[in-house]
Every structure is written in structure tokens, then in C-alpha cells.
Design a protein around this ligand. Structure first.
Ligand code: DCP
Ligand code: CA
Ligand code: CA
Length: 367
């Protein structure tokens, strides 16, 4: 059996990068994206920040007032989170990834595993070019940069990915796994949090190498069989977890930039038609019916809005998306005089078509 070649892709400073994408003026400034709790103007926490802001010591999870203090005197920009927009960017990239992998697993809004063993025929040398190719395509089509870690399994790919950001590409071949992992602190392993790492520390285990060398009998004696064996394997870079799509998507969406800013319905629908074709392809592949159709717009003043409609019954028809998107845009353009810069379409409220119902439909069609 050939090697497995697994990639983990993690988008760089994701929420802040999305903000830079819709407003390129931000690029050279410290950008902080935060959740404002609304109690006072400054209460809330930092979701993320771009690398310019990180130089000032801003970190995810930090209170906003502290980030403000650290950035005092700079031309920093603070923005509220816009999940709807980040989800659309994320979906667009994830769909590109799917095309590059035999199996695919999204783990969060900004992270996904790709099993590319077949595509690169088990070669880590080829994986390097392949990863570059994916980076270039996503940069060209969506405009987002990300970091890739490549390894013989998910565990190594993840740690490789974390080792060099942003816009990184780290490849760890099977023979390099031992040397790569052993000097790293033990808490870099998934499942080794504060409590466990301090317990390990008291046992003289500081690095992953220390853990790999630690007697497995003692380890299972201390942490129990399941955890003990997991720690032992993980420290030795052994992980057989398959890459697999987990659960059902909650929504399928695409977003795109208009060739020029516009308030003209026909011009806008040309763009959304392209997006709808792409969305529908995925809906069909997954054999889903949808009950909601939504549009999303970013206007020239960079504000964004969304509108949605719930259908009377689940549909599975490209024309239904088109028709509803048209109605939503007609209404929206009537209400708002601003020109649009980016447009998005989303379908959600999924159900899977029942096999029985399918038979019935085909019966009627042929009958
Ligand atoms: N996030 C959040 N609150 C946190 C951590 C993260 O809201 N405490 C959100 C914002 C991030 C996104 O999740 O953009 C992805 O998290 P990452 O940990 O991958 O961090 P970034 O993508 O922002 O930065 P990096 O370039 O380090 O991956
Ligand atoms: Ca990230
Ligand atoms: Ca991440």
C-alpha cells in the first residue's frame, strides 16, 4: 500500500484577512476584529487580528480595551465580526479544496484536511508542487492566503501547519516525523492541555520526544488505557484517523465580486447566475433539497446586508434558486440606492430526498 499524503490547510488571520479583502486600504494598518458585547463601547474580546496588529502584542481572546491600549498611537482599525461574510468566503475556498482531494474534511470555518495520496501518488515531492498549485488557485479565485502542513497523517499535518505561518508550506515526510516532533513541547499534541501537561511535566516529560520514550505501561497506568495508548502513539507520530467529511453542510453559498460596481439588476443577475450554477452542482452532488434561499451584498461603502426567503416546500431545482434570487434583488435594489460591489447567494434548510419519493417522481416522469 502506498503512503498516505495528508494536508491540513489553515487560512491566515482569517477574519481579519476577509476584512482586508473587502477593503484593501486596511492592509498596512493594524486590524482587529472583535466581538462587541455591547455593555460599554469598549467591552468585548478580540476574535483575531492581522499580523501588523500582532506585532503590537494583540492576541485572540484578549479584551478589546487591552488591544486598544496596545495599539494606542497607531492607525489601527477595529471592526465587528461579520460571520455571514466569512462563511461565504470559507465556503468558496472549501469547494475549491474538494476538487483537489479524494477525501475532504472541514474541521472549522478556516481549517480543512485533504487526503491527496492518490493525486500525488504517495509522493511528498509532488505534494509540494500540488500544495503550491492549490495556494495559487485560491489566491487567484478568492484572494485569500493560507498555510499548508503536509504529513503522512492528520496529526503530523496539523503540527506541520502550525509550525510556520502565515502563507507557509511545511512538508514532513515519514522519515522526518521523529526528528520533527521530538523537540516540540508536549502540549502541541491534541488532547494535552494545561492539566495534563503539568502532570507530564512532573513525570519529567517536557517534549514530545520525552513522551515517545516514556514507558507505555507506566503511561497507561497513569492516564488509563485509552488515553495512555493515544499519547504513546501520538508522540511517535502514529495516527490512522481517516480524512472524512463529517455530517451535513448547514448551508451552501458562493460569493463573487462584480466586474464593476453596479445597481443594475440584469448585470447583477449575470454574476449570481454563475454562482448559482456552482451552488447547484454541490446541491446535486449531495442529493439535498433546500428550503431557504438568501442573497448577500457588499455595497460600495463596504456595508453589507443579507435578505432571505423561506420556500413553501423543499425544492431541488436550479430555477427555484434563480427565481427567488431575482425577486430578492429586485426588492433590495428598490430599497437601497447604493451600488453593489460583491454579491453572494446561499441555500440552506436542507433535507435529503427520500428514496421512496424519488421513485414516485421518476414514476410520474416516465408514466
Ligand atoms: N477566532 C475567534 N476567537 C478566538 C480564536 C479564533 O473568534 N479566540 C476566530 C477568528 C479567526 C478564526 O477563528 O480568524 C480562525 O482562528 P485561528 O486560530 O486559525 O486564527 P487566525 O486564522 O485568525 O490566525 P492564524 O494566521 O494564526 O491562523
Ligand atoms: Ca487560521
Ligand atoms: Ca484555525
Amino acid at each position: 500500500m502506498q503512503n498516505r499524503v495528508i494536508m491540513l490547510a489553515d487560512f491566515d488571520y482569517f477574519f481579519a484577512q476577509c476584512e482586508e479583502l473587502r477593503n484593501p486600504i486596511l492592509k498596512d494598518k493594524p486590524v482587529v476584529v472583535g466581538v462587541y458585547s455591547g455593555r460599554t463601547e469598549e467591552s468585548g474580546a478580540v476574535s483575531t487580528s492581522n499580523y501588523v496588529a500582532r506585532k503590537y502584542g494583540v492576541k485572540s481572546g484578549m479584551p478589546l480595551f487591552l488591544a486598544k491600549r496596545k495599539l494606542e498611537g497607531s492607525d489601527s482599525v477595529f471592526l465587528p465580526v461579520d460571520h455571514e461574510y466569512y462563511d461565504q468566503i470559507s465556503d468558496s475556498i472549501m469547494q475549491i479544496f474538494r476538487g483537489y482531494a479524494s477525501s475532504f474534511e472541514q474541521v472549522s470555518v478556516d481549517e480543512a484536511y485533504l487526503d491527496v495520496s492518490e493525486q500525488v501518488q504517495g509522493s511528498f515531492e509532488r505534494a509540494k508542487d500540488y500544495a503550491q498549485q492549490i495556494k495559487v488557485e485560491v489566491k487567484k479565485r478568492v484572494g485569500v492566503s493560507f498555510t499548508i502542513g503536509v504529513g503522512p497523517n492528520k496529526l503530523v499535518a496539523k503540527i506541520a501547519c502550525d509550525s510556520q505561518k502565515p502563507d507557509g508550506l511545511t512538508i514532513i515526510t515519514p522519515v522526518e516525523v521523529g526528528c520533527f516532533l521530538s523537540p516540540l513541547p508536549v502540549d502541541r499534541l491534541l488532547g494535552v492541555g494545561k492539566k495534563i501537561s503539568s502532570r507530564m511535566d512532573s513525570l519529567g516529560i517536557k517534549t514530545i520526544g520525552d513522551l515517545a520514550d516514556f514507558d507505555i505501561q507506566k503511561l497507561t497506568g497513569i492516564f488509563g488505557k485509552t488515553l495512555g495508548i493515544y499519547f504513546h502513539n501520538a508522540a511517535n507520530g502514529v495516527d490512522n484517523e481517516p480524512v472524512q467529511e463529517s455530517g451535513e453542510a448547514e448551508s451552501i453559498s458562493r460569493i463573487g465580486t462584480l466586474k464593476h460596481d453596479s445597481h443594475e439588476l440584469e448585470f447583477i443577475l449575470q454574476k449570481t447566475d454563475e454562482l448559482i450554477i456552482d451552488i447547484f452542482k454541490e446541491v446535486e452532488e449531495k442529493n439535498l433539497s433546500f428550503k431557504q434561499v438568501a442573497i448577500y451584498v457588499v455595497m460600495t461603502d463596504l456595508s453589507s446586508k443579507s435578505r432571505s426567503v423561506t420556500l413553501d416546500q423543499p425544492a431541488k431545482d436550479q430555477e427555484v434558486i434563480k427565481k427567488n434570487v431575482k425577486v430578492l434583488f429586485e426588492k433590495f435594489l428598490n430599497e437601497s440606492p447604493l451600488e453593489l460591489r460583491r454579491v453572494g447567494v446561499k441555500v440552506s434548510g436542507f433535507s435529503r430526498e427520500e428514496p421512496q419519493q424519488k421513485q414516485l417522481t421518476s414514476f410520474f416522469q416516465t408514466g
